[in-house]
Design a protein around this ligand. Structure first.
Ligand code: SF4
Length: 291
């Protein structure tokens, strides 16, 4: 729960506010850019919601915030409606889970609803309203983990949904040693005809990305859109293994066709496959010029 006595002075007056526990993960800002912005190294409300849909989306951000740093002056009577609205549809049968986990520094996780079995991409917080919604949506067949940083409550999800977790063996540590499917090597792994896991070492040694239906690329911390640079980027200052390897891994993705980049951190990006490929090339050129 956010605390009124910790309300940041940068918020405009009114119902919604951000308190001083904000870890500046950016989630609320990309979820509801018309309400939240960056001010003084943390988020703040600069425009109070003025319509029902803005209020609903602000409550979704409140629920998604990994540190419960977003509050309302009055206890929201419509919070159940907001809980019911998560996960949020991105496109087709792909959803953004919300309920980001502080353990993964607020990384986004996604849910693919498919007849052959649903896939949870990276771990959100294990929280009853989301667990109930996922049950209603058919449970989880696979919990795919892009890399070691975004595993959060994987154990609880695995125990509750009896799903198989997937993680590259180079990412395994004491907290993930029981992961059911441990990938190895650098070749792509076809989990199903519509699910291809592509190793992309760089951010970490065993980082992988998931390509679903040749359309949706779940990129973890490998690739994201930057509003600031107005292009696709990799995270130079958060590269824990090798920038050279990361650049090589980015080259690999040029051979695949996709229309969505859905990252853990950073902004998502949607374009037709041709434009996406051009953006990827631009990203690679930028990476080569970035020391
Ligand atoms: S979602 Fe929460 S922690 Fe993240 S930037 Fe917004 S207020 Fe801060």
């Amino acid at each position: 729960m956010a605390h009124l006595q910790q309300r940041r002075s940068q918020n405009v007056s009114g119902e919604f506010y951000v308190d001083s526990t904000c870890i500046d993960c950016d989630t609320c800002r990309w979820m509801v850019p018309e309400v939240f912005h960056s001010a003084g190294g943390q988020s703040a409300v600069y425009h109070q919601p003025t319509s029902e849909i803005e209020r609903l989306r602000s409550l979704q951000a409140l629920l998604a915030c990994p540190t419960a740093s977003i509050g309302t002056v009055e206890k929201p009577k419509d919070i159940k409606e907001a809980q019911q609205s998560l996960p949020i549809l991105v496109a087709e049968n792909v959803y953004h889970c919300g309920y980001h986990a502080e353990d993964s520094y607020g990384a986004a996780s996604y849910f693919i609803q498919r007849p052959e079995g649903n896939v949870l991409v990276d771990s959100p917080r294990f929280t009853p309203p989301l667990v109930k919604r996922i049950e209603e949506m058919g449970g989880i067949r696979y919990l795919y983990l892009t890399h070691r940083d975004d595993v959060a409550d994987h154990q609880k999800y695995a125990e509750h949904f009896k799903c198989d977790r997937i993680l590259h063996s180079d990412e395994i540590n004491s907290g993930t040693r029981d992961v059911e499917i441990q990938l190895s090597g650098s070749e792509p792994f076809e989990l199903a005809p519509d699910l291809l896991i592509i190793p992309v070492p760089g951010h970490t040694k065993g980082h992988t990305v998931l390509l679903y239906n040749n359309k949706f690329l779940f990129t973890g911390d490998h690739l994201a859109w930057s509003d600031e640079l107005n292009q696709l980027i990799a995270f130079r200052r958060a590269c824990w293994y090798s920038w050279t390897e990361l650049t090589k891994s980015m080259h690999k993705l040029v051979n695949y066709s996709f229309e969505w980049v859905l990252p853990g951190h950073g902004r998502r990006y949607h374009a037709d496959a041709k434009t996406m490929n051009q953006q990827l090339q631009q990203c690679i050129n930028w990476m080569k010029s970035t020391k």
